[in-house]
Design a protein around this ligand. Sequence first.
Ligand SMILES: [Zn+2]
Ligand SMILES: [Zn+2]
Length: 69
Amino acid sequence: MPETLCRSCGTELRPKSSCELCGVTLNMVCPGCGNFTDDMVHLDCVLARRLLALSSSSSSSSMTTTAAG
Ligand SMILES: [Zn+2]
Ligand SMILES: [Zn+2]
């Protein structure tokens, strides 16, 4: 049972967005009044995503063999 309730109307908050890497909820939104909590930032996940983006764009070098005849 979530223990996060809206401070304005007391409605049970719902997850607004979650971390794409670890799946933890980053911020909550109130379905009653639309109030939402502050966004949390996962520094470790942000850094990991940057590393993944860098590693994905790797230049592939094609080796050409010349047969000396
Ligand atoms: Zn995360
Ligand atoms: Zn509310």
